[in-house]
Design a protein around this ligand. Structure first.
Ligand SMILES: Nc1nc2c(ncn2[C@@H]2O[C@H](COP(=O)(O)OP(=O)(O)OP(=O)(O)O)[C@@H](O)[C@H]2O)c(=O)[nH]1
Ligand SMILES: [Mg+2]
Length: 646
């Protein structure tokens, strides 16, 4: 006898559900309740990475379904994890706390769901909390997200008096809500025709109509309960089974050559997997979580990792049971599973047969907004740092590692401070690499606004083989952004042709500023118009040195200006907080180029601000707006820096 869990459940009865919502809304507590666990330590501590859980669920119709539940972090810094979950989910459950209601975090996840065209439910949890008020939250939901929200349930008592939930769809005649029935019926032509003919729709008819409307995203059912007290959780699971789309109902776009094609989850097709997440597990090593988009995979399947072209054998195939992974021989289209020990697969990889190369387009990654420069604590930490960072970025591609040319340090970039700091903590806890962190140096530059000339000389002719070179350079300004232009106008062989390349290299080295710890010089034309060579003592080295010296002196003579990088910052904050935000922008030497209401109570502000003033902006804007403001910065060129008074 096989148990329910090892028995494959067909794709039509799989539900891949992402739990999304504002931080602290109660998502993890809902997952715990669905798993039949209460009071575990996981709820209550902020989730930092997406977590997959799976539970078989026997519905009222007697059929067993599989609920694959992806718990996502609510903190906006982890939006890449949210997107990873949304990229494989067939439905999102937006969790809203009955006391706290709809917040900016709720709007953010709603927008992400829109970006993925994802059907959704709303689950209002925390109905046992002191200030719980379902009607108020429903009103907020409707005014923020539109009239497509339909409450399928109502609370019986609230807060301390919470007794349970009535089902307005299935309840007896007394509970059935006629306006709800009409709302559902009106959205589905077939049911509407029968209703207008005088037929009374059964709850099953209504569910079928609602299922269409949910899949088409014309209705969003609202359910409620208290995950902490286990109230409403079974109804949520039941509605997921009865009304939520199965993976077979949804299509995915894949890139085949230069075409994008929509495919559906056909178990009879070739196997195609999309890896939405990799984690490195202390015991198992690397574990890749994937969705089977089409076909069937077994532990004998070999597939090609599409970006590397390498073959991967899915020998250690795993199924998710509760929060654990257990070996399995087979997974079908629509399922979410995992595989251990793949060598070439990363988050966002596509695995497909070599004969049918297609790529699943992964969601765009968020732009890094925060960076820390890393100083290894010891020699041994330094040796292991880049390997550990490499593994971190494989797990979380929204982290980026760069090199600071000025300090020669590695720099870790991420979405926000919470994101980068939690990655630094993981460096220590997971890989045993200790680093101290610093703010990142701002990449200043220099340029000139006038022409100047200078001569560089290297003369060392006492005894033995000497060094001799004389280089005369003229520097003149170029248009901003033009970079560097080198002109050789030496006549009469004053500098032999074979030394001109050395002159150019000397100029380039000096221009980078690295040797003297100065910002690089940009937008400059350098003309080498004269010089002297010696038939024995001249060398490439001598010409490089003379050219570097001439360049530095010419730039000095031209009176260089310091340029600072500017960012174009798009800020969204609640309109009633714009005063403090605008005041802060000008305090940071910024100027506002656009300021308009979005029409939903938030304000859209675009400002240009010096990058030097933005290093902790992600932290400061959160403090200023009680977590409700967010921003996006992009490079917007360079501007003369204010004169330093020294
Ligand atoms: N009274 C009450 N408290 C709840 C309920 N659900 C969650 N909580 C509490 O709210 C806090 C946050 O719950 P979590 O489930 O961790 O919230 P989350 O949405 O997963 O938060 P992030 O992972 O940070 O996004 C915890 O202290 C929970 O115990 C509920 O139904 N009733
Ligand atoms: Mg959580």
């Amino acid at each position: 006898m096989s148990t329910v869990s090892s028995h494959p459940i067909p794709g039509a009865r799989v539900r891949n559900v992402a739990l999304v919502g504002q931080s602290g809304a109660g998502k993890t507590t809902v997952v715990e309740a669905l798993l039949g666990r209460t009071g575990s330590a996981d709820a209550g501590s902020a989730t930092t990475g997406l977590r997959a859980a799976s539970v078989p669920w026997t519905a009222a119709n007697g059929q067993t379904y599989r609920l694959n539940v992806l718990d996502t972090p609510g903190a906006p810094d982890f939006v890449a994890e949210l997107d990873a979950a949304l990229s494989v989910a067939d439905l999102a459950v937006v969790v809203v706390d009955a006391a706290d209601g709809v917040g900016v975090g709720t709007s953010l996840v709603w927008e992400r769901c829109d970006a993925f065209d994802l059907p959704r439910f709303v689950f209002v949890t925390g109905e046992d909390r002191r200030r719980a008020d379902f009607d108020r939250v429903l009103g907020q939901l409707r005014s923020t997200f539109g009239a497509t929200l339909v409450a399928l349930e109502a609370p019986v008592g609230e807060a301390d008096a919470l007794e349970g939930v009535v089902d307005l769809l299935h309840g007896g005649e007394a509970d059935r809500d006629e306006s709800l029935v009409e709302e559902i019926v009106a959205g589905d032509e077939e049911t509407l025709a029968r209703y207008l003919d005088g037929e009374t729709p059964t709850p099953t008819d209504l569910e079928a109509a609602l299922a269409h409307e949910v899949a088409d995203r014309t209705e969003v059912p609202v359910l409620l309960g208290s995950a902490l007290r286990g109230i409403g959780i079974d109804r949520l699971a039941e509605y997921l089974c009865d009304v939520a789309p199965s993976p077979l109902d949804r299509s995915v776009s894949v890139i085949a050559g230069d075409r994008t094609v929509e495919i559906t989850s056909d178990p009879g097709a070739d196997p195609l997997l999309y890896v939405f997440k990799t984690v490195s597990d202390q015991y198992v090593g690397q574990v890749s979580y994937f969705k089977v988009l089409t076909g069937v995979v077994t532990s004998d399947t070999s597939l090609t990792e599409m970006s590397s072209g390498q073959t991967e054998r899915l020998h250690s195939l795993l199924r998710i049971e509760g929060l654990d992974l257990s070996p399995t021989g087979r997974l079908e289209a629509g399922e979410i599973g995992a595989v251990a020990k793949l060598a070439h697969t990363e988050s966002r990889s596509t695995l497909a047969p070599a004969s049918t190369p297609v790529i699943v387009a992964p969601p765009d990654l968020p732009e890094p907004q925060f960076a820390l420069s890393l100083a290894p604590a010891s020699r041994s930490d330094a040796d292991r740092l880049s390997e550990a960072l490499h593994r971190l970025t494989r797990e979380d591609p929204s982290l980026r590692v760069t090199h600071d040319a000025g300090t020669h340090r590695l720099v870790l970039e991420g979405v926000g401070d919470v994101h980068v700091e939690s990655a630094v903590a993981r460096l220590a806890s997971r890989y045993g690499v200790e680093v101290a962190t610093d703010e990142v140096e701002v990449p200043y530059r220099r340029t000139i606004s006038a022409s100047a000339e200078a001569e560089g000389r290297v003369k060392k002719q006492s005894g033995g083989h000497g060094q001799y070179a004389v280089v005369s350079l003229r520097v003149s300004p170029l248009e901003p952004g033009a970079g560097f232009e080198f002109v050789d106008s030496v006549v009469g062989g004053a500098i032999p042709k074979h030394y001109v390349a050395a002159v150019r290299h000397g100029v380039e080295a000096a221009m980078s500023g690295a040797e003297h710890g100065e910002p690089p010089v940009v937008d400059v034309r350098v003309e080498c118009y004269d010089g002297k060579a010696h038939s024995v003592d001249s060398s490439e080295m001598a010409f490089r040195a003379a050219a570097a010296q001439a360049f530095r002196e010419a730039v000095e003579a031209a009176g260089p200006t310091l340029l600072e990088p500017i960012s174009k910052v798009t800020i969204v904050v609640p309109s009633d907080m714009q005063g403090v935000v605008l005041g802060d922008v000008s305090g940071r030497r910024g100027h506002v180029v656009e300021n308009r209401p979005n029409g939903d109570g938030s304000q859209h502000i675009v400002a240009e601000m010096p990058m030097a003033e933005l290093r902790r902006y992600v932290v400061d804007i959160r403090t200023m707006t009680a977590g409700q403001g967010h921003f996006h910065a992009e490079p917007a060129g360079y501007r003369p820096a204010p004169q330093r008074s020294s």
